[in-house]
Design a protein around this ligand. Structure first.
Ligand code: PEP
Ligand code: MN
Length: 343
């Protein structure tokens, strides 16, 4: 249920409401909007009729049921779009389209620094790079682990770009939080509920990638795990789903962007690299993603894709990435958005 508080509610009235929600066995999730405060009463407590009766409290305007199975992620609870602050000058979910770019895997100091400098020069405002890699084969490169995280930190020092890197194992959370600005949950871990619960306790934004067979409702339920654990800084990422089509690695489901915007306040970004599997398809799908309202992009860029240890075929060379950024500008403008300033 959503308990909508009256405008100008006093401290005592607010406390009376939250105390009663807790007494009834629910968790009180407070959402401070620009207009008014709402409280999501979530969990399994002593009955929604008792929550409904809270309408009689002096601080309460009205009490409405949340119809969707996902509660805290829903637009019903928070009708304004969430803007997630990543660093002093980078946020995801505002008018500016966030651009996260970099190699699939961190491979060496030279490779990550060269990538970071190139993507920054072309206008990206965050750097991606995997240090822990979820590979289909146990014999494939598994990532540089902490050594890779240290290299990412050096790249941030040199370029100022915030770092996005993947977490596979709940046991690595503290380690990765020491280095990363955003933790990425990959497609293969979207329903790793133990990991999602742990990420609910973390004070870092999380990019949650849609799984290969994840419905939009399941996608939002996974986000709900993180938010209900206490971390509302969740960014959804469409990266393609598995269909009968084999011409592309995955089928990039761009219709999920407007569908998600109808259902959730969370920012939605798109990864056209994993979504297509071919570098030539990345720019057209990145433009299309911005046209349909994506709040950001995540793009694989490698200085020498032919020598990449993972995902070289779908990685753009820096000059192609720079061309992509040029192509994007008209789509961003048409969608009423801006791109990060290049420096
Ligand atoms: C990645 O971003 O490199 C990755 C492994 O992505 P996904 O989880 O979408 O396959
Ligand atoms: Mn990859």
């Amino acid at each position: 249920m959503i308990i909508v508080l009256k405008k100008g509610v006093s401290q005592e009235q607010f406390k009376e409401v939250t105390d009663m929600i807790k007494d009834l066995g629910y968790h009180a999730h407070v959402i401070q909007g620009t207009e008014r405060t709402v409280i999501g009463a979530v969990g399994s407590g002593r009955g929604t009729d008792k929550l409904q009766a809270m309408e009689n409290l002096p601080g309460v305007d009205n009490v409405v049921p949340i119809l969707q199975p996902y509660k805290l992620a829903s637009l019903e609870v928070k009708p304004e779009k969430s803007i997630i602050q990543i660093s002093d000058n980078v946020k995801i979910g505002g008018d500016e389209v966030a651009v996260i770019a970099g190699p699939c895997s961190v491979e060496s100091e030279e490779q990550i620094i060269e990538s970071a400098r190139a993507v920054k020069a072309a206008g990206a405002n965050m750097l991606r790079g995997g240090a822990f890699k979820p590979r289909t084969s146990p014999y494939s490169f598994q990532g540089m682990e902490e050594e890779g995280l240290i290299l990412l930190r050096n790249a941030r020092k040199i370029t100022g770009l915030p770092i996005v890197t993947e977490i596979l194992n709940p046991a690595d959370i503290n380690l990765i939080c020491k280095y990363a600005d955003i933790l990425q949950v990959g497609a293969r871990n979207i329903q790793n509920f133990a990991l999602l619960k742990e990420l609910g306790k973390v004070d870092k934004p999380v990019i949650l990638k849609r799984g290969m067979m994840t419905t939009i409702e399941e996608f939002l339920m996974s986000a709900e795990y993180i938010i209900s654990g206490g971390n509302s800084k969740v960014i959804l990422c469409e990266r393609g789903i598995r269909t009968f089509e084999t011409a592309t690695r995955n089928t990039l489901d761009l219709s999920c962007v407007p569908v998600l915007h109808e259902r959730t306040h969370l920012p939605v970004i798109v990864d056209p690299s994993h979504g297509t599997g071919h570098w030539k398809l990345v720019t057209p799908m990145a433009c299309a993603a911005v046209a349909v309202g994506a709040d950001g992009l995540m793009v694989e860029v490698h200085p020498h894709p032919d020598h990449a240890v993972s995902d070289g075929i779908q990685s753009l060379k820096p000059e192609k990435f720079s061309e992509m950024m040029d192509s994007l500008s008209r789509f961003a403008e048409a969608a009423g958005r801006t791109l990060p300033e290049s420096s």
